[in-house]
Design a protein around this ligand. Sequence first.
Ligand code: NI
Length: 230
Amino acid sequence: MLITVPDLLTKEQVAEARRLLESAEWIDGKVTAGHQSAKAKNNQQIAEGHPVAKEVGEMILRALGQNPLFLSAALPLKIFPPLFNRYSGGQNFGTHVDNAIRQIPGTPLRIRTDLSATLFFENPENYDGGELCVEDTYGVHRVKLPAGSLVLYPSTSLHHVTPVTRGTRLCSFFWLQSMIRDDGQRSLLFDLDLGIQRLGGELAGNETAEKTAVQLTGVYHNLLRQWAEM
Ligand code: NI
């Protein structure tokens, strides 16, 4: 399941993040790539643990923690500290799959990457190419979102970024471990949650509908109880 979270950051937050990111030193993006993906990767990153990465990363984590759509779709358990990359002058990232396990730098903590996230900091009209292409059994999804918006996709997917032939693509990327490992189970819970919210919003004052919403909320939580790993 591929999910877009529109306007995770406000315009003001995007502007502040860009100001900070543009002031940082950028290094070869191969530093966080595994052996196989290093061959495919051609971009720049800010070093992990750089003060700017930490500051903007915390802004992103705060926004994620307050975003109901993200929380419902991802059911996050652990989130990797956000990283930052940029592509220009024909740079791209060939087809690869993300590492399954990531150690959080400077800690003994490891996360299993269930979901990958890309947050865009540049509007699509300001650069050519730079589409994130995610392959699944339904084909290839091409994603290029407005600044401040985020896409979540299963880390099991093969994906690539097409060459940026004009302008600069500036993004944050990170991974998360979900309480629900299985993408299918997570999708069911997300659908159920959306349905319950719609029911609650439309039928307030209708006693049967309200009881049904309570019953379905019970089903939601009991499925979560059965499936969640902590
Ligand atoms: Ni990747």
